[in-house]
Design a protein around this ligand. Structure first.
Ligand SMILES: *[C@@H]1O[C@H](CO)[C@@H](O)[C@H](O)[C@H]1NC(C)=O
Ligand SMILES: [Fe+2]
Length: 436
């Protein structure tokens, strides 16, 4: 009898221990770089196809060919194999030390119908690609992952994004982790093509895009040549910051690695851009940039402070709903926050710099956690932002747990437009806009 009780106790204790183990999350290690059999192919075959919005109802198609005589044309239509329209674009190329890029083609197609599948072919030959344009009205879903790189974890993140139904990919910086090895921009282009040729990828730059060499190379040469964003379409003079509107959302892509003080071109552009936002047309206003302003990880602590000191008052006065950043290789979500404190009329800040780079995760956090920090975890994964209507959005973070997408954090966010905050801010915002 005593023996049976002892056995029962042992079994119970064992079950309790294994249950607590089952819930404890074992953080994954960084994964190896993917190795691509990188070879030059048939010289006119399109490679590294990706698409991005280019003004209202237009899409910019980009691809690379080895042959510099390949034409920059895109044929497209709404049925497979039947191309009712054709557009001619432009091209560029660059040299970087001993490396010479292929011909980088850019062709803008449109006007396109919203929420419609199009079939297209680049350069008059090669395989057919398919894209879907974003909807003109809400709802819309964004997939978001920064600091991608090209490792086994990148592949896992991309596979999980591929399983979800979304309209557009937003990337807050650090794309290829080429780290000066230019052919790794090509392998990155190939890695993301299956996704980036189907849904628009809207990106902004991180530190790994810079690749400058003092006195020899200016920064962002490869990035600007390969990932041209609609900056001209949004009145910006630099590919390093721009904005666009999609389905009742105004999205601002800022540059953490270009001047941002009050006398800078970027600051002036931002002010003008915010002045054009009409919350009746776009009730949601979100911003992305690389270096987070609200970060309680010990990695990159305080790096965003200077940019924040110039730009946060402006974003606050304009009533930005959400800010998405990368750089820190971990996930963190804040309350609505302003000036370092929770504030019901501030923005929700989310760090999502955990797409899969080779540097590994940032595991150390400040303790105790700051009052504004709601959720933080060092794991690879991606976010999904489903903007349902003018007042409600659903945010979820999907962790790559042993190759399964696990929804680890989720929250409903209500817009500032529906909260009364915008009306309270209006006088202050008007004053800021009128300042010289
Ligand atoms: C917006 O969506 C939320 C969540 O589904 C819902 O509760 C709310 O009633 C919707 N509002 C309007 C105006 O449709
Ligand atoms: Fe970074």
């Amino acid at each position: 009898m005593g023996c049976q009780i002892l056995q029962l106790i042992i079994v119970t204790v064992t079950l309790l221990i294994s249950a607590s183990y089952a819930t404890e999350y074992i953080r994954p290690k960084p994964r190896q770089l993917l190795h691509f059999p990188w070879s030059r192919r048939s010289s006119t075959e399109p490679q590294q196809v990706h698409i991005s919005l280019a003004g209202d109802n237009h899409m910019r198609i980009s691809w690379v060919t080895d042959d510099s005589s390949a034409p920059s044309i895109v044929e497209y239509g709404t049925s497979p194999g039947q191309y009712s329209a054709k557009a001619e674009g432009e091209s560029t190329s660059y040299s970087y030390m001993l490396y010479k890029s292929g011909k980088i083609h850019y062709t803008v197609i449109g006007p396109l119908n919203p929420d419609t599948a199009y079939f297209y072919r680049c350069g008059g030959e090669g395989p057919e690609f398919q894209l879907k344009t974003p909807p003109a009205q809400l709802p819309i879903t964004f997939a978001i992952a920064g600091d991608l790189g090209q490792t086994g974890w990148t592949k896992s993140t991309l596979d999980h994004i591929d399983l979800c139904k979304y309209d557009m990919h937003l990337l807050p910086g650090d794309l290829s982790y080429a780290n000066y090895m230019q052919h790794r921009w090509d392998t990155f282009g190939e890695l993301v093509q299956p996704l980036a040729s189907r849904r628009p990828w809207m990106v902004t730059e991180g530190n790994h895009e810079k690749e400058n060499i003092p006195l020899v190379k200016e920064g962002f040469q490869s990035y600007n040549a390969r990932w041209k964003m609609p900056f001209e379409e949004s009145g910006s003079s630099s590919n390093l910051y721009y904005s666009f509107e999609v389905a009742e959302v105004h999205v601002i892509m800022l540059g953490s690695y270009t001047d941002y003080d009050e006398y800078s071109e970027q600051f002036r552009w931002l002010k003008a851009d915010l002045g054009k936002v009409d919350r009746k047309r776009t009730p949601w206003l979100i911003a992305l940039f690389h270096v987070p302003w609200y970060n309680s990880n010990t990695a990159h602590q305080g790096e965003g402070d200077e940019m924040m000191s110039y730009m946060e008052p402006l974003l606050y006065a304009a009533g930005v709903d959400m800010v998405l950043a990368g750089h820190v290789h971990a996930y963190e979500r804040s309350n609505r926050v302003y000036g370092g404190k929770s504030d019901r009329c501030g923005a929700v800040h989310i760090t999502i710099g955990d797409g899969g780079n080779s540097e590994g995760l940032a595991r150390r956090y400040q303790t105790p956690h700051p009052e504004w920090s709601v959720f933080r975890e060092a794991s690879f994964g991606h976010g999904e932002l489903q903007i349902v209507n003018s007042s409600h959005a659903f945010w979820s973070w999907h962790r790559n747990d042993d190759d399964e997408p696990v929804k680890s954090d989720e929250v409903w966010i209500t817009s500032l437009a529906s909260s009364g905050c915008l009306a309270d801010k209006a006088p202050e915002f008007r004053k800021i806009l009128l300042e010289p």
